[in-house]
Design a protein around this ligand. Structure first.
Ligand SMILES: Nc1ncnc2c1ncn2[C@@H]1O[C@H](COP(=O)(O)OP(=O)(O)O)[C@@H](O)[C@H]1O
Ligand SMILES: [Mg+2]
Length: 386
């Protein structure tokens, strides 16, 4: 992926509860991760469903400081970095029990709708995407999500009551956008939990298709496997059980990548990867090395370097985007992950001639190269995908 300079930010929102905000947010995040994007997931719902559905129930009960504190105390905003939890598929800023008290507290704040945005400025650099799961009401938290992300993905049920919900939501979004003089983009509508046997579902889908001509719409069926993956603390993309709705979530992710200006690396293109001058990665075979290196190239980020099992994941056969491209590189000697944080790709691409090396700079700009302190240890290497 070629990354735009800013992370893409998206609020998954609808003031109606139970429509699948959390389920859609987690599975879209899972799909983006499968496509090699680094995702930060923010659970802004005081009920903490996403926190629980990402397997972090115990964090929800943790002692302060929590998200409540960074949102309500301007002096400690930057400590939001301490709240970031690791998940196999994404990083997570979890909700906590004290978030239930945040609404009145935010009302007292001078810049009540801007607090999340001000906090995220301290972490966003490390990510391609920030996905915010919203609470089921129109209040300060929702305003914070809208202001910080400026982009919405709207899950809705295939039933009549959804029309009114859309109306209320768009009134709210428009009012907020006017108050703060900002633009808020509708990136898509996900009609969720569709039961094709119901005629109401068919009518609603037709209505959505005609009401949202310019906005992409997707349809997700009611599936127990979606529910089960969430119970297991992950998206369907990381669950052992397969789910026939994965393609739709993947379409959402691919479309978002396009809307936000990420470009997929095409066969025949030169891309850059990095060399980090401390630590090393080791692989046993050439194939394993290729896959690992490709995985690194596509998804390496400062945060992921801290996760040794990240690479094991990417070697799994259900990551087609990582596996079906081959790399033309010379035999590596060592490529070994370490539980610590640094990695070294100890090889050179001798097949690169100077003119190709020189043109590399134009073909890809990789955000990793401009982020975090690790940068000073990086060197660029060209890789050809064929
Ligand atoms: N497509 C789906 N198929 C089956 N269950 C779903 C689906 N989408 C959501 N659910 C389940 O429906 C319930 C409500 O969804 P949730 O994502 O929590 O809604 P919200 O966040 O809007 O309140 C949850 O138990 C969730 O696991
Ligand atoms: Mg929810």
């Amino acid at each position: 992926m070629v990354n735009p300079s800013q992370p893409a930010k998206l609020a998954v929102t609808n003031q109606k509860g139970g429509v699948g905000k959390t389920a859609v947010a987690i599975n879209v995040a899972g799909a983006l991760n499968t496509l090699g994007q680094d995702v930060l997931f923010v659970d802004l719902d005081p009920q903490g469903n996403a926190t629980e559905n990402l397997g972090m129930r115990e964090v929800y009960d943790s002692e302060p400081p929590t998200l409540f504190d960074v949102l309500t105390n301007a002096d400690i905003r930057e400590t939001i970095t301490d709240l970031v939890e690791s998940h196999e598929e994404m990083d997570v800023i979890p909700a906590s029990i004290d978030m239930t008290a945040v609404e009145p507290e935010l009302t007292l704040s001078r810049r009540s709708g801007e607090q999340l945005d001000l906090c995220l400025q301290h972490v966003e650099e490390a990510y391609d995407y920030i996905i915010v799961d919203c609470p089921p009401y129109l209040g300060n938290l929702m305003d914070n999500a809208l202001y910080a992300t400026r982009n919405v993905l709207i899950p809705a049920l295939a039933e009549d009551t959804s029309k009114r919900a859309f109306e209320l939501l768009f009134d709210h979004i428009n009012a907020l956008a006017a108050d703060y003089e900002i633009g808020i983009e509708e990136r898509g509508v996900v009609v969720n939990r569709i039961d094709v046997r119901k005629t109401q579902a068919k009518e609603m889908i037709e209505w959505v298709n005609s009401a949202f001509e310019e906005t992409p719409t997707w349809k997700i069926r009611e599936r127990a496997s979606i529910q089960r993956a969430l119970t297991n603390g992950r998206s369907i993309f990381d669950d052992t059980e397969s789910c026939d709705q994965a393609d739709v979530f993947m379409e959402v992710a691919t479309n978002l990548n396009k809307q936000f200006g990420f470009t997929e690396v095409q066969p025949g293109q030169w891309v850059m990867t990095v060399q980090i001058d401390s630590g090393r990665i080791e692989t046993r075979s050439k194939t394993e090395h290729r896959v690992t290196l490709l995985a690194l190239m596509i998804s390496l980020s400062p945060r992921r370097l801290n996760r040794p099992n990240r690479l094991n994941n990417l070697n799994r056969p259900n990551h087609p985007t990582h596996l079906n491209k081959r790399l033309q590189i010379n035999h590596p000697k060592t490529l070994r992950t370490q539980p610590s944080s640094k990695i070294r790709l100890e090889h050179t691409c001798t097949s690169l001639n100077t003119s190709i090396r020189n043109s590399l700079g134009n073909s890809i700009c990789w955000r990793l190269n401009t982020s975090m302190s690790i940068m000073k240890n990086l060197r660029k290497i060209g890789i050809f995908i064929h």
